[in-house]
Design a protein around this ligand. Structure first.
Ligand SMILES: Cc1ncc(C[n+]2csc(CCOP(=O)(O)OP(=O)(O)O)c2C)c(N)n1
Ligand SMILES: [Mg+2]
Length: 254
């Protein structure tokens, strides 16, 4: 016999129970690590300092976004260098406000998930912002869903970090093989793409311009893309990609 369909209320109560169980698991893990003398807060603070020292535009944008968001607003993440950093360093202040494809690591998750979050917020009548972060590669997996945002007038704000590349894959290839293969991307003009759907689109290429661009996106009241152009050779914690490449080539020659 087929399973009877679940009601929205049943799904919500199931999700609440799971969230509570997860919170208990994490608290228990924290206590266990604490007993072994592992100071997670200290490790996090050290790593955060290292990341900040890289002076990355995308990470600076992430911090500005946190400052612009209320504690109940929702950040929806794809899989990109900035999303990995966000998964470790974005301060999450309330349960259910940080959506991330934990485990599956699915590229293209963020936009459809943001649509789900925006529908839930609309249904609840609450005034909560939905902000979505994706890289150029991951965004293109599901970018046609911008049509859904436009059709249902869902004012999701998207930070699209564009390095014209599957950047993290390039990083891994350079680290392991000293060269890259098929990671460069030919992208559309993402700001124009948002405008083509009647949304708001803007391109910025430095941190100094980001806050004003994000404010303008919020003010528009529309689905919006803030298109942040970053160097294709963007840094990764601890070392720039170029430095990693040079080291890898040198060791291959030795
Ligand atoms: C469905 C799926 N395909 C492939 C991957 C492997 N993958 C993880 S990150 C990534 C590159 C993402 O590129 P982009 O969104 O531009 O972010 P960047 O690494 O440049 O910051 C790829 C191909 C994945 N996680 N999921
Ligand atoms: Mg990229």
């Amino acid at each position: 016999m087929a399973n009877p369909a679940l009601t929205v209320d049943q799904i919500e109560s199931h999700n609440d129970a799971r969230a509570e169980a997860l919170a208990e698991d994490y608290a228990a893990l924290g206590r266990q690590l604490g007993r072994r003398g592992v100071d997670i807060a200290a490790i996090k603070a050290t790593e955060e300092k290292r990341l900040e020292a890289l002076g990355q535009d995308s990470y600076a944008a992430l911090k500005l976004i946190r400052a612009a968001m209320h504690r109940n607003d929702v950040l929806v993440n794809d899989q990109s260098i900035l999303n990995y950093w966000a998964s470790a360093f974005f301060p999450v202040l309330e349960p259910g406000t940080f959506l991330y494809p934990s485990g599956s690591g699915t590229l293209g998750y963020a936009l459809p998930a943001a649509i789900g979050a925006a529908c839930a917020v609309k249904r609840s009548g609450e005034a909560r912002k939905i902000v979505c972060i994706a890289g150029d590669g991951g965004f293109q997996y599901t970018q046609h869903e911008l049509a859904t945002l436009a059709q249902y007038d869902l004012p999701v704000k998207i930070l699209l970090v564009n390095d014209d590349s599957y950047g993290v894959i390039a990083f891994l290839q350079r680290t392991m093989f000293g060269q890259t293969h098929e990671v460069a991307l030919k992208n559309p003009d993402f700001a124009a793409y948002a405008k083509a759907f009647g949304g708001f689109g803007i391109t910025v290429d430095k941190t100094a311009d980001f806050a004003a661009a994000f404010r303008a996106a919020e003010k528009s009241g529309k689905p919006a893309i803030v298109h942040l152009k970053v160097d294709t050779n963007a840094s990764t914690p601890g070392m720039t990609l170029e430095a990693i490449r040079a080291k890898s080539l040198a060791s291959a020659k030795a």
